[in-house]
Design a binder for this molecule. Structure first.
Ligand SMILES: Nc1ncnc2c1ncn2[C@@H]1O[C@H](COP(=O)(O)OP(=O)(O)OP(=O)(O)O)[C@@H](O)[C@H]1O
Ligand SMILES: [Mg+2]
Length: 434
């Protein structure tokens, strides 16, 4: 293909997927190499808008502005580039002092040698006044974007969204305006996605609590952070607190014989969830895990995460909805999904998303070769499917043992029914035998 043909193919690929920085970088490099830096300038602006602190993008943009004769912009970018490099290099340095509380002029403190020194530092470090929340609050996904999972969506609506939207009605029914719900199930089947959708429905009332918000190297500091999170939630009620991967925080205390610090975190979480009197009114707690068997049983008792929802791999209508969601806005011919749907029993939503991504990549390659947009076809999807095994199999293997050996109070009944119903069906990684 001629150089111009390549540029045209890249431009049309970009039209179909304007947020694809990889393609844009490719196009910039081409335009530079064939001596068309002025045509590259608008793309350099777009690249910087998408990834303003990415060193590779900065380097490329600097070359473009220099080649186009705009030395001033190139110099300004170079200064920013140098600052980013310094910041990154020092962030990469494994320096234990960086984890110390940093105060005022004393930017870098030495590691304390004695207990007294330690206690002094501890005294002068203060808990964050207001915890910064809400990474997920800006989510633009809503429950309508979730394929299938109707029962789960209904329960989320009933537990969180309806009481929040209609506080008077909840009060009239004396429905307690608080509670905890644990989403559990195999990886990639939409637990975090469901939480993002709940955030999309609720906007500012949804707080995503990350592990980094809580865990701290100081003994006692993690508990204090957790308390601060609940304090802030109480001030901002009604709201939903979301703990993803709760097994990392609320591990079985029997597993933590040698990790006293984490045991304290579990205890703190328990006492925060219990609250005093009605101080937790209006605080809904949502959590997700793919290792429910590692979660401390005490967290699952009434009043805490007493409602549990199993999020299973999608059934056929759900798979269709998931594929439709990920295929929307892609240049595609009339697709016949029936063969794909038949062959993806036992695939997770993430596996399906990956199949679509791989098929799209293939189309992009073909478009580059052909110099025009090649639409996505059923054959592309089937080819991609050949390469992508289900990732749910290994999880089901582990789950089977828990179902068989530790289903004492029937907590895994629903999973057991799923395992039985799916005996021998679906495509799995080699070695998976249900
Ligand atoms: N029901 C669904 N509808 C649409 N997309 C889905 C669905 N389930 C999963 N996906 C896709 O799969 C991706 C991964 O799902 P998600 O991160 O929610 O999995 P998870 O259950 O939280 O897994 P893990 O246990 O590994 O954290 C989502 O970002 C989404 O693209
Ligand atoms: Mg997740």
């Amino acid at each position: 293909m001629t150089e111009d043909g390549v540029v045209r193919a890249l431009e049309s690929a970009l039209e179909a997927a304007p947020e694809d920085t990889g393609v844009r970088r490719h196009l910039l490099e081409r335009l530079l190499s064939i001596g068309r830096p002025n045509d590259a300038v608008p793309h350099a602006h777009a690249l910087l808008a998408a990834a303003p602190d990415d060193p590779d993008s900065l380097d490329l943009a600097i070359s473009v502005f220099r080649a186009a004769g705009d030395g001033a912009t190139a110099d300004a970018l170079q200064a920013g580039r140098d600052a980013t490099t310094v910041a990154r290099e020092s962030a990469d340095e494994p320096d234990v002092r960086r984890a110390m509380p940093v105060t005022g002029d004393d930017a870098i403190l030495p590691v304390p040698d004695t207990a007294d020194e330690l206690l002094n530092k501890w005294d002068s470090s203060t808990a964050p006044e207001e915890v910064t929340f809400g990474e997920l609050a800006a989510s633009d996904i809503t429950l309508d974007d979730i394929g299938g999972l109707d029962a789960v969506k209904r329960q989320l609506e009933r537990s969180f969204l309806a009481p929040l939207r209609n506080p008077e009605l909840a009060a009239a029914f004396r429905k307690s305006a608080s509670g905890g719900l644990l989403l559990w199930g195999p990886p990639g089947c939409g637990k975090t996605f469901l939480a993002r959708a709940t955030a999309g429905e609720m906007g500012a009332n949804f707080y995503n609590v990350g592990l980094a918000d809580i865990l701290d190297m100081w003994i006692g500091a993690s508990e204090r952070n957790l308390a601060a999170v609940f304090e802030a939630a109480r001030r901002n009620a009604p709201c939903v607190l979301f703990f993803d991967e709760i097994d990392a925080l609320g591990q079985k205390r029997s597993h933590l014989k040698h990790a006293a610090a984490l045991r304290g975190v579990v205890n703190q979480l328990l006492s925060e969830l219990d609250g005093v009197a009605d101080e937790n009114d209006g605080i809904f707690v949502l959590a997700a895990t793919n290792h429910p068997w590692d979660v401390d049983e005490a967290l699952l008792r009434p009043g805490r995460f007493d409602r549990r929802l199993l999020v299973l791999p999608p059934d056929e209508p759900a798979r269709r909805a998931i594929l439709d969601f990920h295929l929307r806005d892609r240049p595609a011919t009339e697709l016949d999904l029936s063969a794909v749907l038949q062959q993806t029993n036992g695939y997770s939503g993430a596996d399906l998303a990956f199949i679509v991504e791989s098929a799209v990549e293939q189309c992009l390659d073909e478009s580059l070769d052909a110099g025009e947009v090649v639409s996505l076809t059923t054959a592309h999807l089937l080819d991609a499917l050949e390469e992508v095994p289900s990732t749910v199999g290994p999880w089901l293997e582990t789950a089977r043992n828990h179902v068989m050996y530790s289903n004492k109070s029937g907590e895994y009944d629903e999973l057991e029914a799923y395992l039985k119903a799916n005996n021998g069906r679906g495509r799995r990684r080699p070695g998976f035998r249900p």
